[in-house]
Design a protein around this ligand. Sequence first.
Ligand SMILES: Cc1cc2nc3c(=O)[nH]c(=O)nc-3n(C[C@H](O)[C@H](O)[C@H](O)COP(=O)(O)OP(=O)(O)OC[C@H]3O[C@@H](n4cnc5c(N)ncnc54)[C@H](O)[C@@H]3O)c2cc1C
Length: 219
Amino acid sequence: MSLDSKIPHGPLKDKWKNHKDHMNLVAPNNRDKIDIIVVGTGLAGGSAAATLAEQGYNVKAFCYQDSPRRAHSIAAQGGINAAKNYQGDGDSTYRLFYDTIKGGDYRAREANVYRLAEVSANIIDQCVAQGVPFGREYGGQLDNRSFGGVQVKRTFYAKGQTGQQLLLGAYSAMSRQIGKGRIKMYNRHEMMDLVIVDGKARGIIARNLVTGEIERHSA
Ligand SMILES: Cc1cc2nc3c(=O)[nH]c(=O)nc-3n(C[C@H](O)[C@H](O)[C@H](O)COP(=O)(O)OP(=O)(O)OC[C@H]3O[C@@H](n4cnc5c(N)ncnc54)[C@H](O)[C@@H]3O)c2cc1C
């Protein structure tokens, strides 16, 4: 059975952009009527939960650790790649896309990697705005190093603790939303099953790892 990865149609460069341009929107004043469950609070889930909450949705975030700060993302060391071409060495969205596809032994989904390369530059700006202390040159500019066998310098880093600093950034953005009541945090909760109604994900079954109780959560 082949997986339906639901990648949009069209030329590689336009797939996700066109999809985003034609998606249904939710008006800002309707967002607090919608509950969203995010399972996982590493760099992926933590930043998704913080962003969705900031947009006005009600978010329930789950992780099995005692704190979102203990997600495995904390272990990442080398840095984060972005096609900003600060070093003027000919970098581009396409080059980051191609290096990433090649580095993944040509097994990654091309449209998704292209989108990652496209948004990489904004992600660095977002992290800087969140206070992530990326390494800088003496003049104050963000520094880059070459990482992972690529031909340009495009890696933004925070010494050998990039993952830790990024996770602290995502965690503080989450904490702000927890304080505002927009995110309800479920630490020490393990998702056990997904609840599907009429083909759509509508909730999860989770175990409270402190009490052992089985809980159901809708969204
Ligand atoms: C040593 C190391 C070095 C690395 N260096 C780099 C690097 O230099 N550059 C780079 O780009 N990448 C690097 N990576 C890879 C990168 O860190 C990871 O791909 C990325 O951090 C994964 O983020 P994530 O949010 O998807 O997952 P994770 O951070 O692993 O988070 C998973 C989350 O899901 C939750 N979870 C999982 N299962 C359940 C469940 N059943 N119920 C409830 N919650 C659940 C966990 O509690 C956790 O919160 C490195 C990885 C390692 C290990």
